[in-house]
Design a binder for this molecule. Structure first.
Ligand code: 1GP
Length: 245
């Protein structure tokens, strides 16, 4: 697992990581994406995620992966569904949407995806995915049962279950474009009681929010929307993650 070693090696050296999310369904030109990728790579982002909840074609995912790989950084599929898989990426967050009410997202998407992941030679990164809030595209598509914000022990129970089932990553998701981030108490409790790589994303729009999240215990911060809307601010967020002091 080269990508897994890359990520866990950095964490073992005391680094915090930043992943840049690119949604290939959003209109992008090759030049625009190249420019953004270069900017984020120079700022110090550690990897690119590609994916979205709705409308991504395998061709678009492949095209985006091709451009992003030119930076030399790992490209990881963050699949809303099996349509996001592309052999041009390096790895895939092989996820279970743990708080979904829908059998498809609990097991059948993974069953449908597994032969493709194998054929494509993608490195699977076993990930428990938890979507906190009810009013986002991902929570709608995934038929999510929201997590009560005042109950970090609920998130911990999911994380422990995931760890006991062999997951290596937990992704605490507010939802892309969310008005609020996940409560910092969530990564804090997961970090305290599990050995999972803790990824936090959704609604992070300022260096302060990113810094608060890494100080709470998040290993990896993901930003997507802000990279599209305000790349200069996204650069500041990367810098805050990479040197949180
Ligand atoms: C969404 O966690 C990611 O899956 C990023 O969210 O677009 O709000 O940064 P934003």
């Amino acid at each position: 697992g080269r990508v897994h070693e890359y990520i866990t090696g950095k964490i073992a050296r005391g680094e915090k990581l930043h992943f840049t999310l690119v949604d290939p369904d959003k209109p992008f030109t090759r030049e625009g994406l190249e420019k953004t990728a270069k900017l984020m790579a120079e700022a110090g982002t550690d990897a690119f995620l590609i994916g979205g909840s709705i409308g991504v074609t395998p061709e678009e995912a492949g095209e985006a992966a091709g451009v992003l790989k030119e930076t030399g950084l790992p490209v990881i599929v963050f699949p809303g569904n099996i349509n996001c898989l592309t052999p041009r990426a390096d790895a895939v967050l092989f996820m279970v949407l743990m708080n979904s009410n829908e059998p498809y997202y609990l097991m059948m998407a993974q069953v449908a995806a597994a032969p493709l992941v194998k054929k494509y030679g993608l490195e699977p990164l076993p990930t428990g995915y938890i979507v906190v809030y009810p009013d986002t595209a991902v929570s709608h598509m995934g038929r999510v049962q929201p997590i009560p914000v005042g109950k970090p022990e609920v998130v911990l129970a999911y994380a422990l279950a995931g760890e006991m089932m062999g997951f290596k990553y937990i992704y605490l998701e507010a939802g892309s474009g969310s008005q609020q981030t996940v409560p910092p108490s969530f990564p804090a409790i997961v970090k305290k009681y599990t050995g999972l790589v803790t990824i936090v994303g959704g609604g992070i729009r300022s260096p302060e929010q990113a810094r608060e999240m890494v100080k709470s215990g998040a290993d990896v911060i993901v930003t997507g929307t802000i990279v599209e809307k305000d790349p200069e601010l996204a650069v500041k967020i990367v810098k805050a993650v990479k040197s949180p002091q």
